[in-house]
Write a protein that binds this ligand. Structure first.
Ligand code: MV4
Length: 447
């Protein structure tokens, strides 16, 4: 097993990873930018090392500084967390060259799945349903028009190098398709250095449902059920839950089996998530992309399975066999996560960094709060606005909603604006409680 792990991240996820390492008897090295010099992960880690100024490009994203820290601190492995370098195949390759284990999939698997058009082709070859659309990347207008005619409007133009909604456009007719196609290609080239785009039929009433999985290096792949992440605003997830309120056991069995089938075809190892769109009008589901990392919302799956996903990531990276089989995974209860962001829900969710005068999180049975925030903490303006993840578990969805509602009432954060009032409104709405909503719910009801 590893003796020492460097955590190439910050905030709540750095703290989350340190906790599991400590329990496993593994030493931790925290890295930090100058903006994070007073942060909580530094107090819990065994060692700490500054990796540069506040700007991510010069610290958390700067591979030479991170690798120098790893070598100086003599670590066996690096956990990238989410964001930053987590899905960077080049970083995984540099780790391998330095004989430091990257806690995640191989750079080859990341390279393949990082290209959404290639992932789509792989899914098709593996017999996993994909959204009707182009067979590969679209290189000329004629093929685009033909494909759109086949699948019917509206269609989505998606950037192959994009993901999570970045670089997406919807077209309703031939004229707008041609216009958006060239704009999308320009934008994809500028944002990702790759102009490749592909087409999908636009699913009008969709749910975002994703399957959590963990794979060891011995060919074992186990899923930990699904999460429903339909409550999003401008492609930022705000609330996630497990199980999904809209799928039955028959669909769940097919969906999770398809997720495992795809990861097997990709030669995938470590923790990963397979994203699907579920069409509320037809009951069909379609693969859209793979997230080759631990995700923000992983605690929802931990809550219903009792499995520590970070622990499993570390064990798998160290070459151990998964300590359980699919039939050993038992699902219990219902979990919901709310992302408490330093954002103004009454002001277009604009960032609200600054001094947190007082922080008092809820406590009690079935409540988990993953946060790096404390009374007196300064939220730097340089990074994402996540302050805390509030995760509750109840015996069923209704019970979980009730527990979340009272936990939100108990949560006190003073000094910055937060998304807490937004969640109270969502949890009180009959539409959310019914479970019967789609992609457009947040945009329609919360401007
Ligand atoms: C789509 C879609 C409709 N049709 N793809 C993909 C990434 C996610 N963040 C948004 N994505 C979508 N892809 C096709 N072919 C609609 C969305 C979408 C969405 C999906 C689930 C939940 C909320 C959403 C909000 C906006 C767009």
């Amino acid at each position: 097993m590893f003796s020492r792990i460097l955590i190439a991240n910050r905030g709540e996820i750095a703290l989350r990873i340190i906790r599991t390492c400590r329990r496993m008897g593994i030493e931790t090295v925290a890295v930090y930018s100058e903006a994070d010099k007073d942060s909580l992960p530094l107090r819990y880690a065994d060692r700490k090392i500054c990796i540069g100024p506040a700007a991510p490009a010069r610290s958390y994203l700067f591979i030479p500084n991170i690798m120098s820290a790893a070598v100086v601190m003599d670590v066996d492995a690096i956990h990238p967390g989410y964001g930053f370098l987590a899905e960077n195949p080049h970083f995984a390759e540099v780790c391998r060259d330095c004989q430091i284990e990257f806690i995640g999939p191989t750079s080859e698997a990341m390279e393949l799945l990082g290209n959404k058009a290639k992932a789509r082709e792989l899914a098709q070859e593996a017999g996993v349903p994909v959204v009707p659309g182009s067979s590969s990347v679209i290189t000329d207008d004629r093929t685009a028009l033909e494909t759109a005619r086949e699948i019917g409007y509206p269609v989505m133009i998606k950037a192959a190098a994009g993901g999570g909604g970045r670089g997406m456009r919807m077209a309703r007719n031939d004229a707008s398709l041609l216009q958006f196609l060239s704009a999308a290609r320009r934008e994809a080239e500028a944002s990702f250095g790759d102009p490749s785009v592909y087409l999908e039929k636009y699913i009008t009433r969709a749910r975002h449902i994703e399957v959590q999985a963990i794979a060891d290096k011995h060919g074992h792949i186990v899923h930990l059920g699904e999460r429903d992440c339909t409550i999003q605003r401008r492609h930022q997830k705000l609330l996630e839950e497990s199980p999904s309120p809209v799928i039955d056991e028959e669909i769940r069995a097919r969906l999770t089996a398809d997720a495992v089938k795809l990861l097997r075809a990709a030669g995938y190892t470590n923790a990963g998530t397979v994203e699907f769109l579920f069409d509320m009008d037809t009951g069909e589901y379609y693969f859209i992309e793979v997230n080759a990392r631990i995700q923000v919302e992983h605690p929802v799956s931990e809550a219903v399975t009792g499995i520590d996903i970070v622990e499993q990531q570390i064990l798998a990276a160290a070459g151990e066999e998964l300590p359980f089989r699919q039939e050993d995974v038992r699902f219990k209860g219902h979990a919901i996560e709310c992302r408490i962001n330093a954002e103004d829900p009454y002001g277009d969710f604009s960032p609200s960094p600054g001094h947190i005068a007082f922080h008092s999180p809820p406590q009690g049975k079935g409540i988990r709060v993953d946060t790096h925030v404390f009374s007196g903490y300064n939220v730097p303006p340089n990074y994402d606005s996540l302050l805390a993840k509030l995760i509750v578990t109840g015996k069923d969805r209704e019970d979980a909603i009730a527990r979340m509602r009272s936990a939100l009432d108990e949560y006190i954060i003073e000094g910055v604006r937060t998304t807490i009032p937004f969640f109270k409104t969502v949890l009180d709405s009959e539409t959310f409680k019914s479970g019967n909503y789609d992609t457009h719910y947040i945009d329609n009801y919360f401007q």
